[in-house]
Design a protein around this ligand. Structure first.
Ligand code: HEC
Length: 145
């Protein structure tokens, strides 16, 4: 055995363990929109605010119109698949409504976010969604498992 092969045989198992450990931690901390991460009550509040502030452009049914993009179904997933709720939350809060971004309380933006989730058939759960960015950032928008 050359020194090189010896080094490889020692290093490789360590490397594999590190890889496995990384994969494991990620599986543990990351959640998806299919894990019931918001409450039905929250989405109900979001529906009201959405109706007042967003529906004029995006439609009561979230299908949008010729000027405003739809926030539902394929058009929604096309843009948001693989990204996190944190990114979606930040982009809504910092850009919507276009003439007056960041004009609602954070909690209202969060409620609206859960309403958009509800209309996209992501299931509700026991607990409400919370706005801590680190947590929102861990929840991924993924296709139905
Ligand atoms: C005056 C019309 C108008 C209002 C009111 C409005 N939007 Fe929009 N929205 C748009 C337009 C136009 C775009 C696309 C251009 C852009 O991203 O700036 C957009 C983009 C978006 C996007 C990104 C869509 C995508 O997938 O890229 C989201 C999400 C969104 N709006 C949510 C909301 C929410 C939530 C509200 C209410 C708080 C809201 N909008 C209010 C017109 C509007």
């Amino acid at each position: 055995m050359t020194t090189l092969t010896v080094r490889k045989t020692i290093l490789l198992p360590g490397f594999l363990c590190a890889l496995l450990a990384a994969g494991f931690t990620r599986a543990q901390t990351r959640a998806s929109v299919w894990d019931g991460v918001y409450s039905a009550e929250q989405a109900g509040r979001g529906a009201l605010v959405f109706g007042q502030v967003c529906a004029a452009c995006h439609g009561e049914d979230l299908r949008g119109d010729s000027n405003s993009p739809g926030l539902i179904g394929i058009s929604f997933m096309f843009l948001w698949e693989g990204r996190s709720l944190g990114e979606l939350f930040t982009s809504i809060k910092s850009e919507m409504p276009p003439m007056n971004p960041n004009s609602l309380p954070s909690e209202s933006y969060l409620d609206i976010l859960t309403y958009i989730m509800k209309v996209n058939d992501f299931p509700a759960g026991e607990d409400r969604l919370r706005s801590e960015f680190e947590q929102l950032d861990q929840i991924l928008i993924t296709p139905k498992p």
